[in-house]
Design a protein around this ligand. Structure first.
Ligand code: GLC
Ligand code: CA
Length: 568
């Protein structure tokens, strides 16, 4: 008998990026006591669980995604006692706790990696992927393969004073673990049990589909791809086996939940990861819709917004996977620009409209909603003045790469600013006081968005156009309706360049969700399989005075409608 209840199917998950949420002791860095002071705010929104970006000890070369100790808490965030209190306070409010499991790599400051470097014969050498370099025609030492890191540059770092290199698919300070080694896998299962024994309810698996590499390691022979090597490490040969093993030894023994952050997954593999019968993960993030205005991999390189791609990415998984597994619905996280500042949206003119529109067309779909801190008040991208203001090292890497490609500095910076992860990492805007209420002391580690006097929680709650209150109503509606929770999805007009439309059906009941994803009016023609006199407007983001359902509905910019079908 399984102990797993599938609680995640009726969940709303709020993501916290701890560095930037709330600073209780005025050192400029968010912390656990700060988070505890805001739990009621999260609960009131309608969330039922919180996913915490990494809280572990880390040199913060990648702000926690470089873990130095999987079983500890970073002292800047608090102590293990603080964490235990956090779990208790969450549970007391009916909020589940989800930790970030960063298992593709460790920090180079992790004791395993230090031991591996210190002694070639240490057993920890085989926890990582070390290889001899090669000699090119001129006899120069070159890396073992031509793979590039997803943070730009070679994916291999030379071990000083030797001819050996180690693999890092991200920053040099993030050496990849060797998942072929059963001891590594046993450690990971043990870490999962360690946290579940502390009451943790689930995990988000960081870039999980890179765990398994194809051996022997070899060159990627494809012509000039941005990311060389992906065909030898994305969805690798033992991926499914590794996930099943983690279930067997840890996840299936608890009432757990897992969401995997996938990295450009193949459709068929993606489906297998989440199929219930596979016993691997409960859902994955598939970010295709979030690359509808940029180039995947290098998400700082913009392209004109493509609505058709957005729809395919958002609705495709709902259509493909319904009935066999579960889906995740997401617009923002700590790695992407603010949603109201992208997708071709004129933010100045349509911030409220776009924030509520995006929430409706996304979170009325099939899957569990994930809401990123600040999204619920429509936080925007920051107009960073210079690179120094941007603390994410990836911003520097990408800028340097663009310069090497001879993109003029001004243009490169403008592109970078539009897509930079830093946009998601400015401190949460609580009120109009200094530092946006994040603290009252030291300057925050990452600068505050200067628009905080206008856009903050306090002002939003006082406003008639409150994004937070809209989210509250939307989430409450979703949670109270079986059709919205689990009905299947059918898309209409996939090629339309303004309209997004889909239905949700369960039993004899049906909804139609329609939105105008553009800054100008649009006509929506009622699909032939709906009867006009059986439809009524159940929910909308903009005040719609005429409630008549017409053959052709005129839609305002960023207007969304939830139409309910009442069969006669
Ligand atoms: C994931 C994280 C990102 C991190 C990367 C490497 O994509 O979300 O923040 O930089 O993995 O761990
Ligand atoms: Ca602090």
């Amino acid at each position: 008998m399984s102990v797993r209840t599938g609680w995640y199917r009726n969940a709303v998950i709020y993501q916290i990026y701890p560095l930037s949420f709330m600073d209780s002791n005025n050192d400029g860095i968010g912390d656990i006591p700060g988070i505890i002071s805001k739990l009621d705010y999260i609960k009131d929104l309608g969330a039922t669980a919180i996913w915490f970006s990494p809280l572990y000890p880390s040199p913060w070369e990648d702000y926690g995604y470089d873990v130095a100790d999987y079983r500890g808490i970073h002292p800047a965030f608090g102590t293990m006692e603080d964490f235990e209190q956090l779990v208790a306070e969450c549970h007391a409010r009916g909020l589940r706790v989800i930790m970030d499991a960063v298992f593709n790599h460790t920090s180079d400051k992790h004791e395993w990696f230090r031991a591996a470097l210190a002694d070639k014969d240490s057993k920890y050498r085989d926890y990582y992927i070390f290889r001899e370099g090669r000699r090119d025609k001129e006899g120069e030492l070159i890396p073992p393969t031509n793979w590039t890191s997803s943070f730009t540059g070679p994916a291999w770092e030379r071990v000083p004073g030797t001819d050996e290199y180690y693999l890092h698919l991200f920053a040099p300070g993030q050496p990849d673990l060797n998942w072929e080694n059963p001891e590594v896998r046993a450690e990971m299962a043990d870490i999962l049990r360690f946290w579940m024994d502390k009451g943790v309810d689930g995990f988000r698996f960081d870039v999980f589909n890179l765990f398994s590499k194809t051996y022997p390691l070899r060159d990627d022979k494809r012509p000039a791809a941005f990311q060389k090597g992906t065909n030898y490490y994305v969805d690798g040969p033992r991926m499914h086996e590794f996930l099943k093993e983690l279930n067997e030894n840890a996840l299936s023994l608890y009432d757990s939940f897992t969401v995997g952050e996938s990295y450009i997954p193949d459709e068929e593999h993606a489906h297998r990861y989440i199929m219930e019968e596979s016993g691997e993960l409960d859902m994955i993030f598939d970010f295709e819709h979030l690359t509808s205005d940029n180039l995947f991999g290098l998400k700082m390189i913009p392209k004109p917004f493509r609505l058709r791609q957005f729809k395919r990415g958002l609705l495709g998984p709902q259509i493909r996977y319904h009935g066999t597994g579960w889906n995740a619905l997401v617009l923002e996280n700590h790695d992407v620009a603010r949603s109201v500042s992208r997708f071709g949206i004129n933010t100045k003119k349509f911030r409220y409209e776009a924030a509520t529109f995006l929430a409706m067309v996304t979170f009325l779909g099939w899957g569990t909603p994930f809401i990123y801190q600040g999204e619920e008040i429509g936080m925007t991208n920051t107009r960073f003045k210079n690179l120094e203001q941007m603390k994410d090292p990836v911003s520097r890497f990408v800028f340097d790469t663009m310069r090497k490609l001879r993109i003029p500095a001004k243009a490169a910076f403008a592109m970078l600013r539009a897509g930079a992860r830093d946009n998601a990492r400015t401190p949460m805007q609580w009120d109009s006081t200094v530092n946006a209420g994040f603290n009252t002391g030291a300057a925050p580690w990452q600068c505050v968005n200067p628009d905080y006097r206008k856009i903050n929680v306090k002002r939003d709650l006082e406003s008639e156009k409150s994004v937070y209150r809209f989210y509250q109503r939307l989430l409450a509606l979703r949670m109270s309706d079986e059709v919205l929770l689990s009905g299947d999805t059918v898309e209409y007009y996939p090629d339309d360049r303004q309209i997004i439309a889909y239905s949700r059906t369960l039993g004899g009941r049906r909804y139609l969700i329609v939105g105008n994803f553009s800054g100008v009016r649009a006509d929506f023609i009622m699909p032939g399989d709906f009867e006009l006199d059986e439809l009524s407007i159940k929910f909308t983001n903009l005040d719609r005075t005429d409630t008549e359902i017409e053959e052709i509905m005129q839609m305002k910019p960023y207007e969304a409608l939830l139409l309910e079908e009442k069969r006669k």
